[in-house]
Design a protein around this ligand. Structure first.
Ligand code: CMC
Length: 429
């Protein structure tokens, strides 16, 4: 990247020049990596809202304009024309694949979907009603015990295929374990999304006939979730990977980070919120009023974003898709009606306008998941399925970064200054 200029900083009478780094979309960053050695000062940025942790050529977001692009391609175009495995290749390799490359990749994924048979015992050791998220995180982490993992390029490439190919099987088996049904094996004649639906919903007693409307909606969700630059879970993957931990360990940590309700867990919380509003006979106005009241402990889930200060472009695509899927399936959705009411009220309300709080991807994703039959406790597991491609692309970029170092932030210490140890019998009660 070109370094065009420097910024001048004065601190305690000492002046420092900080190189300015610019990105390909003219974003500006101050390189403060020598600040501490020159001045003893560090930067302070809780939540890293204003700190760049790496150079990356994978995903571009302009939160003010509501832009999201994978490797330069607008998310709206990928949503309209691509499929998940093609978008995954784009994220991983930087370019859209040729037809032959896509066919080879798809075949490779399709023929690696089975899990090592010993995994059956591993799944069976979880409590019968365990939430599928910890089962999924633990299983992905344990892949390094079942499969070779190393930093050598051919083995890493094999691990990448295994992660993308086997994750749907892991996700579906985590669900089957949680409801006490037999595990269903993958089918190589089905596409990526359809195969997952088959493993989720077929039983030894009954075939599951995949509705193309449902598998297309799922594939769209996977594309929209595939990457989102340096968010909490992706930064976790990079942080864990920066210690040279293996890719399975790093991705497992990313899955755990995604689980929280402020991140990927929000889609589950959105549906719980919509259900609570419907079941308690609360109006959308009443709920929005509670979300504005800081003492209520209530937030309008699926609203607001650290980066987007206008409409999340993924939410725009999903809102239309939601409508399409619900009409095509011929069902009615009280949740969708309430979601649209909440959005309409919030978008007129000074509280949300002044704080730039708009619907995010999770506001509508839960409604589609629900409409296509995915149980609520699987929502975040589904988010991770899409995000897998992005996490892997970011892990590999981190590993190949010539400037890469182990992640190790500093702190401003606010505890006690030095004091002498007091013997136990001399301390007050
Ligand atoms: N409902 C009500 N008030 C909100 C909301 C909300 N959903 N989100 C933010 N605010 C208020 C917040 O109280 C604060 O007000 P004030 O300035 O008066 O103190 C202001 O808006 C800024 O909020 P913040 O918490 O400082 O913003 P943040 O950038 O740290 O957090 C967020 C971003 C996504 C965690 C937050 O907006 C939130 O909790 N949203 C609901 C959870 C959610 O939908 N999460 C999914 C994120 S998208 C999926 C993903 O990419 O992970």
């Amino acid at each position: 990247m070109p370094q065009t200029a420097s910024a001048h900083l004065e601190i305690d009478g000492q002046s420092v020049d900080l190189p300015i780094i610019t990105g390909s979309e003219d974003e500006v960053g101050l390189d403060i990596s020598s600040l501490r050695s020159q001045t003893r000062a560090i930067t302070f940025d809780p939540g890293f809202g204003n700190s760049g942790s790496c150079r990356s050529s994978i995903t571009y977001i302009d939160g003010e304009k509501g832009i999201l692009r994978y490797r330069g391609y607008p998310i709206e175009q990928l949503a309209d024309h691509s499929n998940y495995l093609e978008s995954a290749m784009l994220l991983l390799n930087g370019e859209l694949p040729s037809p032959a490359e896509l066919t080879a990749f798809t075949d490779n994924i399709t023929t690696h979907t089975m899990l090592h048979e010993n995994f059956r015992g591993f799944f069976g050791s979880f409590p019968r009603d365990a939430h599928p998220m910890p089962i999924t995180a633990a299983t992905v982490g344990s892949m390094s015990a079942f499969y070779e993992s190393s930093e050598s390029t051919p083995i890493l490439q094999q691990s990448v295929i295994r992660l993308i190919a086997k994750y749907p099987t892991i996700a579906a088996w985590a669900y089957k374990q949680s409801i006490g049904q037999p595990f269903i094996y993958p089918r190589n004649d089905l596409d990526y999304a359809s195969n997952f639906l088959h493993m989720m919903f077929a039983t030894p007693c009954e075939e599951y006939v995949v509705n193309p409307v449902v598998s297309k909606a799922l594939d769209l969700l996977l594309i929209l979730h595939a990457d989102h630059e340096q968010n909490c879970s992706t930064s976790t993957v990079r942080m864990v990977g920066s210690s040279q931990a293996n890719i399975f360990a790093a991705i497992s940590a990313g899955i755990s980070a995604l689980w929280g309700p402020l991140h990927g867990g929000a889609n589950q919380k959105v549906i719980e919120m919509l259900d609570a509003i419907a079941n308690q006979g609360q109006t959308a106005e009443q709920f929005v009023a509670a979300a504005k009241d800081k003492n209520s402990g209530v937030r309008l889930m699926g609203f607001g974003h650290r980066v987007y200060k206008s409409f999340d472009p993924r939410a725009k695509v999903l809102k239309q898709a939601c409508d399409r899927v619900i009409r095509a399936l011929g069902i009615s959705s009280r949740q969708l009606e309430i979601a649209m009411e909440l959005e309409e009220i919030a978008m007129r309300d000074e509280y949300f306008i002044s704080r730039n709080l708009y619907p995010n991807v999770d506001f509508y994703s839960g409604v589609i998941y629900k409409a296509i039959g995915i149980p609520v406790n699987m929502f975040t597991v589904m988010f991770a399925m899409g995000r897998m491609a992005g996490w892997i692309a970011q892990y590999i970029e981190m590993r190949d970064d010539p400037d890469g170092r182990i992640g190790r932030p500093r702190q401003i210490y606010t505890g006690a200054t030095e004091r002498a140890y007091v013997a136990l019998d001399q301390r007050s009660a």
